[in-house]
Design a protein around this ligand. Structure first.
Ligand code: KIV
Ligand code: NA
Length: 270
């Protein structure tokens, strides 16, 4: 079987071929992503995408472990990174280590991801020194929506200094890559040139060393949520709506099940 990519393999691709990343939350979707992506992220976006939560703040370690283990069963080659959920790491390095170790042990993840820059740098260094590769995440950090005051673009004007300090701090602390979320394009391009680790953009810049999207967003599973930074490669939500409507009409008209779907008194038993 193919060898699984490791954080060091992706870090070595700084400045090279773009690193392709997508989220996944289930085994069958992970199998598809594995055939095309270098990194599969079990994002805490799972809370909003699959569990109907209003933000990522309600996501638990248990949810991340369950989805992480499911995704890992679908992967042969891609690196799996699992998000640390809100409240599982911010109190300090030792809290973070306990949660990260559990996530690594119970999911088979090759790395964890956590949100935050300067404030989280000591925690990142603590984890990396103890065998846990960390992907950082700066710019728009959705777990901080209440202090950021919404999901606006980050790093414009004087705010660039804050985002730059965060990105430099996580690189210095030993993160093997950093997600730049909704960071203005010129700043994302500049940070990609300045940092020695790969930048993974989402709503950032084509100049980043890689890109990530939430898979349900790019598959068009939703009709109401259409952020500017997502390109919709399919309209699966509309296709599912049509299929469910056709099934309901067929049941009401007794067109389903048809002869080929039912079992006669004699003949095939399956
Ligand atoms: O939770 C998530 O899906 C993420 C990506 C959008 C980077 O953190
Ligand atoms: Na996330």
């Amino acid at each position: 079987p193919a060898r699984r990519l490791m954080p060091s393999d992706l870090a070595a691709r700084k400045g090279g071929d773009p690193i392709v990343c997508l989220t996944a939350y289930t085994t069958p979707v992970a199998r598809i992503a594995d055939r095309h992506c270098d990194l599969v992220l079990v994002g805490d976006s799972v809370g909003m995408v699959l569990h109907g939560l209003p933000s990522t703040l309600g996501v638990s370690v248990e949810m991340m472990v369950m989805h992480g283990a499911a995704v890992n069963r679908g992967l042969d080659r891609a690196l799996m990174v699992v998000d640390m959920p809100f409240g599982s790491y911010e109190a300090g390095p030792e809290q973070a280590f306990a949660a990260a170790a559990r996530i690594m042990r119970e999911t088979g993840a090759g790395a964890v991801k956590l949100e935050g820059g300067v404030a989280m740098a000591p925690t990142i260094a603590f984890l990396v020194a103890r065998g846990i590769p960390v992907m950082a995440h700066v710019g728009l950090t959705p777990q901080a929506v209440n202090t950021l005051g919404g999901y606006r673009v980050q790093g414009r004007g004087a705010d660039a200094d804050r985002v730059r300090a965060d990105a430099r701090a996580v690189a210095e602390a030993g993160a093997f890559a950093v997600v730049l979320e909704k960071v203005s394009e010129p700043l994302a391009a500049a940070l990609t040139a300045e940092l020695a680790i790969p930048t993974i953009g989402i709503g950032a810049s084509a100049a980043c060393d890689g890109q990530v999207l939430v898979i349900d967003d790019m598959l068009g599973m939703f009709t109401d949520f259409r952020p500017r930074f997502v390109r919709r490669y399919a309209e699966l939500g509309a296709a599912a709506e049509e299929a469910v409507a056709a099934y309901a009409a067929d049941v009401r008209a007794r067109r389903f099940p048809a002869a080929e779907h039912v079992f006669a008194e004699t003949g095939g038993a399956r």
